[in-house]
Design a binder for this molecule. Structure first.
Ligand code: PA5
Length: 427
């Protein structure tokens, strides 16, 4: 597995002795787990540290849920839900008449209507709940859990205990105390792995395994990436290349990076990417603003701005070379729609042509471009891709001399909620 990185400018010209030396220090710090925020570098070698017992426990729990439930409700926000949703959406077919088990999310917003309708929807289905919060104190998921816990107890009585699974910190937080008191099965979010870097821990793996995807292949892809990106080489380490190019463009006064795809299944991978880069880099009045578009849809809306609006943005295309299922354009007898010139072309080939057309149009509109290409969407490749983005994000933030692993802005808002709603201890 590999990711091809291309750039509309000349990458070789970006490799100065200064940036190479700076990245070398960053790389060594990450390897040795030193430097800014290094207490949260646990994800860096997590894929290879993961032991068989842990994977087995996740898989056995997922198998049990798949046997006794129609729905898994995952409660979580930010890094506690985006990773699993991104992977599940990328791997699940667009339409399925009867999914074996549905994974539904809650607690990622506070819509009373959504929660009320969700509980109604669950009434004629067998349900398991996985509540995920590393801190165990985030208000939105805690609120959703208060409702869903009562729902489960009212519906299942004593059996509710075996249908609620908690994923949280091993040492602290109200969710931990509550789960100990009730005797819920518990998975740990490692202390040295922050929310947006936690997709390969129980946070992401349990929901992904419940959805029926191979967590072993996902982890295999991530371990391959871990080994690949251990090598410091400005020319072959594509995670370094991606970080160098985006850093160069940032220094050229571009302020927005748009992640563009031609595959709607990647919409949540784009959301995960936005959280990863936005929350890791956007500090101290620095950082690129991460945005996303889905083509062709957005070619007929935001495409206009990209082509012709303020010159403050660049694009990163995430291209999937081969799709699992495809259609070929057939020859129509009367050619009324005048599309026979496309006969024999697959729709994926159309998208690749569209990529070429978009890319050259936007280039003529002076939009710099990075191309990231992977062969196909499967567990192994996605594991590799997730790790690629995490490691490249860390390089990027360190290049800006920013701690990639904290989120003081988000914490400000969390504390303000406590104050406004007069949580004891915050008045
Ligand atoms: O990346 C992060 O750390 C955050 O986005 C968290 O994932 C998010 O705020 C949810 O936090 P918690 O899992 O503690 O409820």
């Amino acid at each position: 597995m590999t990711i091809k990185v291309t750039y509309s400018g000349d990458y070789q010209q970006l490799i100065s002795p200064e940036i190479e030396a700076k990245l070398n220090v960053i790389h060594n710090n990450m390897q040795n787990k030193t430097g800014l925020g290094s207490d949260y570098l646990g994800w860096y070698d997590w894929a290879s540290r993961m032991n068989e017992t842990f994977l087995q426990e996740i898989q056995q729990t997922a198998d049990r849920i798949r046997q006794n439930s129609d729905v898994l409700v995952v409660i979580g926000i930010g890094g506690s839900y985006l990773g699993s949703k991104a992977v599940i959406e990328a791997l699940t077919p667009h339409f399925h008449t009867k999914p074996e088990i549905e994974v539904i999310y809650a607690g990622h917003h506070v819509s009373g209507e959504y929660l009320a309708k969700l509980m109604k929807y669950l009434n004629d289905k067998e349900v398991t709940v996985n509540v995920i919060s590393k801190s165990g104190t985030t208000t939105e998921p805690a609120l959703a859990f208060r409702f869903l816990q009562k729902y489960m107890e009212d519906r299942y009585g004593e059996e509710a205990v075996s249908r609620i699974i908690v994923t949280t910190d091993a040492e602290k937080g109200s969710l931990l105390s509550l789960s100990k008191e009730k005797g819920y099965q518990r998975f740990e979010v490692p202390a040295d792995i922050g929310g947006r870097y936690s997709v390969l821990t129980a946070v992401g793996l349990l929901p992904i395994a419940v959805a029926g995807h191979s967590i072993r292949d996902l982890v295999k892809g991530a371990s391959t990436a871990e080994k690949t990106f251990k090598k410091f080489d400005m020319n072959s380490n594509v995670a370094i290349q991606y970080a160098v190019i985006r850093n160069h463009l940032y220094n050229q006064n571009y302020s927005i990076e748009i992640l563009a795809t031609f595959e709607p299944k990647l919409a949540y991978l784009q959301e995960w990417w936005k959280q990863l880069f936005g929350e890791s880099e956007g500090k101290e009045q620095k950082g690129l603003f991460p945005a996303s578009v889905s083509f062709s849809t957005d070619l007929h809306s935001l495409g206009q701005y990209i082509q012709d609006g303020q010159r403050i943005l660049f694009e990163s295309f995430l291209i999937i070379e081969e799709t699992a299922t495809d259609l070929s354009v057939f020859t129509a007898e009367n050619n009324g729609d005048e599309l026979n010139y496309l006969s024999g072309l697959t729709l994926n080939e159309f998208n690749l042509a569209c990529y070429e057309a978009t890319s050259s149009a936007h280039l003529s509109g002076e939009v710099p471009q990075i191309g990231l290409t992977i062969k196909e969407l499967n567990e192994e490749n996605i594991g590799f891709l997730l790790y690629f983005y995490m490691v490249s994000c860390a390089y990027s933030a360190y290049l800006l001399e920013i701690n990639p692993f904290d989120q003081p802005g988000v914490e400000d808002y969390k504390t303000n909620i406590f104050k406004i709603l007069q949580k004891p201890g915050f008045i």
